[in-house]
Design a binder for this molecule. Structure first.
Ligand code: PEP
Ligand code: MN
Length: 638
């Protein structure tokens, strides 16, 4: 058996071999993980911790990772399972591709010539030490935890003591140690099962492996009996209530059998078709992978074109006319919105109109006008394509292709924009459910374009006072299910200019990654959607309220209004700070604590230094003033 392990040593990369598969494992060369990593001809890559392995996998630095799941003597390897679960919950999209069982013989090894009677302590990875607790106790040897089995051998080799390492024979020999006892496992036939993991490679998901996130332990009882699966229990914490890994039962079956309402089944194997029906939990990653591209658990997608950057904390403002009417019109409006801090320029050249006799857009000629305006103000273009045969030509000039609400389920068009090499703004159909919207995104992504933005633009309801009803609830419901940026369109939702600002602010506060707003400098004469267009001055007010950055082309009066608005906010915040500081003072007095705390003051200063880089003096002065004002207000003596 030992030979078997040794024979499966990592192969050297060789020139005529196909592209090598880098497989990460935790530990040093000679660790049991290395054997698992080499099992399918991969090239093992060592990492100091499981977290580091996951990081490398997430960044694409390795192709695959092996994680020990279960050991024949001690069961669940919690050291590996916990970081794995938390990485998945943080959004790392992993699939389990295969399992490898590695025979484990825990060799007690020490420096050459060390008599066994002199060994008082043995070093190893905690999971390995648990596998030989009884034998070590019987030998009177105290366990010492370190990061790895093969690492323990290295430590002992470099150490002057008579301590021992518990590791594979291979690791002992690599470090020049003598093996004193071939195997100190508490049970014969010790072995560990490793899972091979890959990132977002759903086609290769083969191993039914899932974990349950639930605060209720009873929710997980009898699942082994009911499903025939192997249960790997974890302790769980209130912040990380992962209680159980389940190996051998598919997610749909777990979903059906898990008794409690609050059980979230997170699968690394096959997707759970009904998982999307679970109420999404606040702040948790999606449990669904039924649409592997649009809903995969992945870090937020950031779509970036020049100054336009949206998703993952970056926010965008797309603004411009509903339709491009003339070279002058689009140039004027482009300058206005750019001066207010818009990050992309919208404008329709092909217009989907309910009435076939209404203005249909100026087509490719207008695209040239739009492109000229875009060059002038240095903002990327967002424009709609209505037909498959427009896609290629529009994509030559436009930076982002918009799919209009009426075309959300035009699947040929979705496939065509997915192949055009441009990011896509996908409007939700007025009669489409959020699932159908995600399904449409899936079409685009499955055709090759991963930079998809989902745009909520209002759905048709019974309410006639607005053109559509902005479905912020639907937008928020999609948030935990997808990594794609979410854009809100208050203009088409409201259909009337007076409601646009309110809806825009609501969507922004609800966490929309961006907005798309229609602006026209002569709405009365606009050829399309005239009732919902904001005039530039009102767009400027909105941009100010959302804290966009104006540029120097904005007229001075407008720039002053901008700074006045900021001063107003600042003064209000100062007042709120004083009010809350007073409440804190009262609370401290009631509990007999000193009101002034130098440690807190230092922390406040740090906050200001961080927010005002390169302006330490200003930061200090502001903090001094705030403290002085709080003192005066609360009559605090020095
Ligand atoms: C538009 O953006 O001008 C438009 C036609 O939008 P929607 O497809 O949302 O109606
Ligand atoms: Mn419009």
């Amino acid at each position: 058996m030992l030979r078997e392990i040794a024979d499966r040593e990592p192969r050297e990369a060789n020139a005529d071999a196909p592209a090598e598969l880098k497989v990460g494992y935790q530990g040093e060369p000679g660790a049991f993980g290395e054997v698992a990593a080499a099992a399918h001809g991969g090239v093992p890559v060592p990492f100091a911790s499981f977290e580091k392995v996951l990081e490398a996998l997430g960044q694409g630095a390795i192709d695959e990772a092996v994680f020990p799941l279960e050991n024949a003597v001690v069961g669940a390897i919690t050291e590996a399972l916990e970081p794995l679960a938390s990485a998945v919950l943080r959004g790392l999209d992993l699939v389990a591709t295969s399992l490898t069982s590695v025979p484990v013989r825990l060799a007690l090894s020490a420096k050459q010539g060390t008599p066994i009677g002199d060994v008082k302590r043995a070093w190893s990875h905690p999971a390995a030490l648990r596998q030989c607790t009884q034998r070590l106790a019987a030998l009177g040897i105290e366990p010492v935890v370190c990061y790895d089995t093969a690492g323990a051998a290295k430590i002992i080799a470099a150490d002057a003591s008579t301590d021992a390492a518990i590791c594979s024979r291979h690791a002992a020999e690599m470090s020049g140690l003598d093996v004193l006892i071939e195997d100190v496992s508490d049970r014969d036939q010790n072995s560990t099962r490793f899972v091979h993991l890959r990132q977002a490679d759903h086609a290769r998901a083969r191993v039914p492996l899932a974990f349950l996130r639930t605060s209720s332990m009873t929710a997980t009882t009898r699942l082994d009996v009911l499903t025939g699966a192997t249960l790997l229990p974890l302790a769980g914490t209130p912040e990380h209530p992962v209680r159980m890994w389940v190996l051998g039962a598919d997610a749909a079956r777990l979903q059906a059998l898990a008794p409690a309402r609050d059980v979230q089944v997170v699968s690394l194997g096959q997707p759970a078709p009904h998982a999307s029906r679970l109420p999404p939990k606040e702040g948790t990653a999606p449990a669904v992978k039924s649409l592997p591209h649009a809903t995969a658990r992945k870090p937020a997608t950031v779509v970036e074109v020049g100054p336009f950057k949206v998703g993952g904390g970056h926010r965008a403002m797309i603004a411009g006319p509903c339709s491009v009417e003339s070279p002058e019109q689009v140039m004027r409006i482009a300058k206005e919105v750019a001066a207010c801090g818009a990050t992309a320029l919208r404008g329709g050249v092909f217009k989907p109109r309910t009435n076939p006799y209404a203005f249909q857009g100026h087509g490719y000629e207008a695209l040239e006008w739009l492109a000229a305006a875009s060059r002038e103000v240095k903002l990327p273009i967002v424009t709609e394509v209505m037909a498959v045969d427009q896609v290629q030509q529009v994509a030559q000039k436009a930076d982002v292709l918009q799919i209009g609400a009426r075309n959300m389920q035009n699947f040929d068009l979705l496939r065509a924009v997915g192949r055009a090499g441009r990011p896509v703004l996908l409007k939700r159909g007025a009669g489409a459910t959020t699932d159908e919207w995600l399904g449409a995104a899936e079409y685009v992504m499955a055709s090759g374009e991963s930079r998809v933005m989902l745009c909520e633009r209002g759905i048709r309801t019974f309410e006639p006072s607005t053109r559509n009803t902005l479905d912020l609830g639907g937008m928020l419901a999609v948030r935990p299910l997808t990594h794609l940026p979410l854009i809100a369109d208050p203009s088409h939702a409201a259909g009337r200019a007076d409601l646009v600002e309110g809806l825009a602010r609501a969507a922004w506060s609800a966490g929309a990654d961006g907005l798309i707003v229609e602006v026209h400098d002569d709405p009365a004469r606009a050829l399309c959607d005239n009732e919902q267009a904001l005039v530039p001055a009102r767009f400027a007010e909105l941009a100010r309220a959302l804290a966009l950055e104006p540029n120097a082309h904005l007229p001075l009066a407008q720039l002053r209004a901008w700074v006045d608005a900021i001063d107003h906010d600042l003064a209000e915040l100062v007042k709120r700070r004083l009010d809350v500081a007073r409440v804190i003072g009262d609370s401290k007095r009631q509990t007999g604590r000193a009101v002034l705390d130098p440690k807190r003051e230092a922390a406040v200063r740090r906050t200001y230094y961080e927010a005002l880089p390169g302006a330490k003096q200003l930061a200090d002065k502001l903090v001094d003033l705030l403290i002085e004002a709080a003192r005066a207000q609360q009559s605090i003596e020095e």
